[in-house]
Design a protein around this ligand. Structure first.
Ligand code: NAD
Ligand code: G6P
Ligand code: MN
Length: 442
């Protein structure tokens, strides 16, 4: 069996110990020659790496773990690069959230003003990662990218590096599928979905369990309870009250718009007023992550440094890790697993432009994703999607051209922002806060 050099870019991420656990779970199906962690923040990465080493010791003690901040060694000959960089870190996430909320608009990591600000920060570091891989990695490398905002990253990288071997993915659809599986009492592996949209902006059009159409049954449940069932309450993600609230909130949208089942992220675009009312500027989601997930990883690392035992299972990230590992496996071994991924439209959604950046089912082959044609979509959904795709396209153009006006157009087009005046006020504060991260806008 061929073996692979795998690099986790953003090795200091809170998700790294969990993803490594998922990788080691399938070591008999995906042989690892070398496992590398790479990050621009060596100190942070070393702290997380201590926990990762414990995961390796517990699951595959012979495997050497390499930790580096030097691209020429980390990416040399790499086959798969799992990217999960957060440009500006959690402190900038919190700024994005708070600046937005100060102006009365949704303060969110990937949606609205926060998502656009994060996009402007991430475009060029992701292009740099591609250039690094082109230079040092194996010619057949694949970057499998989780780095957010994935919609904007995808659009920018297709435009700036059209030949790059990058596949952008999101765990939200599959997290929702995991909730569907709990609701239906159907194993996740027996569930098949049809879906169309943009990243964090899509709809499930059909759900089948073992080939039987269960869409209407599922809609009836989601209208009443959102994406939660009694069986969901044991899930690590659902135990987080903020996520439980999000999964529940899909009830409202499913009741209002009855054609399809929504991605949870629609709450920010279709119910922005309710989201703003729910959000707390003094306890944003980013702050919750710092005080929760991040604090736990650092505490565990410190405990390991003192020679104490820790409970590693708290870092196992379930579907999030399993999904990216499955994508890598499918690309490596031409498994043609049918998964929801982010791709240039090119006819997949018939009545959208070719250069839209869509999330649809695709068969994952060793040549990359082969997207499924999902046909034409109704006017309401087309209208929503075209508006958001234009917004994301304008952010990319604003970054490339250094155009203030295009950034203002993007902020104005976003559904979470009520007027051009508010758009300008938030944008101006974002420019101030993002000095050193954003390209200069004139
Ligand atoms: P985190 O801040 O804990 O970790 C991110 C790491 O990236 C940090 O160690 C940081 O130093 C590093 N980094 C920043 N810029 C970098 C660069 N240019 N090159 C290499 N490393 C760099 O963040 P997190 O909460 O663990 O999330 C990690 C990323 O994964 C974020 O972008 C997040 O939005 C994304 N994410 C995406 C999905 C998805 O569905 N696509 C799901 C979960 C998380
Ligand atoms: C889901 C989304 C990701 C997003 C994450 C945020 O997994 O698919 O794109 O980054 O949620 O979760 P958090 O717990 O950091 O708020
Ligand atoms: Mn996502």
């Amino acid at each position: 069996m061929k073996d692979y050099k795998i690099v986790i870019c953003g090795g200091g991420s809170t998700y790294t110990p969990g993803i490594v656990k998922n990788l080691l779970d399938v070591k008999d199906e995906l042989a690892i020659r070398e496992l590398w962690l790479y990050d621009i923040d060596g100190e942070r990465q070393d702290r997380v790496a201590r926990v990762v080493q414990a995961v390796v010791d517990a699951n595959d003690p012979g495997l050497p773990l390499h930790v580096s901040t030097e691209p020429s060694e980390a990416f040399a000959g790499a086959d798969f690069i799992m990217a999960q960089m957060r440009v500006g870190g959690l402190p900038m996430r919190i700024k994005d959230e708070q600046i937005s909320l100060k102006h009365g608009v949704v303060g969110q990591e990937t949606c609205g003003a926060g998502g656009m600000a994060y996009g402007m920060r991430t475009i060029f570091p992701m292009v740099e990662l591609i250039d690094t891989c082109e230079k040092y990695a194996a010619p057949t490398y694949w970057i499998v990218n989780y780095s957010n905002p994935a919609a904007i990253v995808a659009k920018a990288t297709y435009k700036l590096r059209p030949n790059a071997r990058i596949l952008n993915i999101c765990d939200m659809p599959v997290e929702i599928e995991a909730r569907m599986a709990e609701i239906l009492n159907c194993p996740l592996s027996n569930l098949e979905v049809d879906y169309f949209g943009l990243n964090h902006y899509g709809w499930f059009t059909k759900v089948r369990c073992r080939g039987v159409d269960v869409t209407e049954q599922l809609k009836a449940h989601v209208r009443e309870h959102g994406y939660l069932a009694a069986a969901s309450m044991d899930d690590a993600l659902v135990k987080d009250p903020d996520w439980a609230h999000t999964f529940k909130n899909s009830a409202t949208i499913t009741s209002l718009f009855t054609d399809y089942l929504p991605n949870t992220y629609w709450q920010y675009y279709l119910l922005p007023d309710a989201c703003v009312a729910y959000m707390d500027i003094n306890n944003t989601r980013g702050m919750q992550v710092v005080n929760g997930r991040e604090k736990r990883v650092f505490a565990a690392s410190d405990a390991l440094a003192r020679g104490e035992q820790i409970d590693l299972t708290q870092f196992y990230v379930g579907v999030h890790g399993a999904f990216i590992v499955d994508v890598v496996k499918s690309l490596a071994h031409d498994l043609r697993h049918r998964r929801l991924v982010i791709v240039p439209n090119n006819g997949a959604i018939e009545n959208l432009s070719d250069d839209a950046t869509v999330e649809v089912p695709a068969y994952l082959t060793d040549r990359g994703p082969e997207p499924v044609r999902v046909g034409a979509i109704p006017r309401f959904y087309k209208g929503l999607i075209e508006q958001q795709d234009a917004c994301e396209g304008l952010i990319v153009e604003a970054a490339i051209e250094g155009s203030y006006e295009k950034a203002l157009q993007a902020f104005t087009l976003n559904r979470t922002i009520p007027s051009a005046a508010v758009a300008k006020a938030v944008l101006d504060d974002m420019i101030e806060a993002n000095q050193g991260y954003w390209p200069e806008l004139r």
